[in-house]
Ligand binder design. Structure first.
Ligand code: FES
Ligand code: FES
Length: 148
């Protein structure tokens, strides 16, 4: 690894985590968004060396034991994607958004994903997907609390 290597390139080319996409490489599109020490970060804006000792989660980390994360399921069910190019970044951004605000309003969702661009969907179904996922996550939390 060279000191000039960007995080997105190391993730994709060396670690083979190819779920994160490269769109603009200029921090505009959000296709490369990953979770970095509990924050959404566009991985084309960081050098890989800056990630040393950091906790980085890519879209590959969302599913558990082969089971889709509620966000992934909701994007599928609510048609939150078309070509899918923006989707890994959208999912990772939405993941952090729901961690920070488990019950966001529509405008909070729209603002939350404003750094992620989609050329296909018109955003309507992406917002719906995030709302659906939030409801599923919140309900399962309540169910778990009830059975505890
Ligand atoms: S590829 Fe990183 S923001 Fe577009
Ligand atoms: S689904 Fe095609 S860019 Fe978003």
């Amino acid at each position: 690894m060279e000191p000039r290597d960007l995080l997105i390139h190391v993730l994709r080319d060396q670690l083979r985590r190819t779920g994160s996409h490269i769109g603009c490489e200029t921090s505009h599109c959000g296709a490369c968004t990953v979770d970095f020490n509990g924050e959404s970060v566009k991985s084309c804006t960081l050098f890989a060396v800056q990630a040393q000792d950091a906790e980085v989660m890519t879209v590959e980390g969302l599913a558990t034991n082969g089971e889709l994360h509620p966000l992934q399921q909701a994007f599928m069910d609510e048609h939150g994607l078309q070509c899918g190019y923006c989707t890994p970044g959208m999912l990772m951004r939405s993941y952090r958004l729901l961690q920070e605000n488990p019950d966001p309003s529509e405008s909070e969702i729209r603002e939350g994903i404003s750094g992620n661009l989609c050329r296909c969907t018109g955003y309507q179904n992406i917002v719906k997907s995030i709302q659906t996922a939030a409801a599923v996550i919140n309900k399962s939390g309540r169910d778990e609390a009830k059975s505890a």
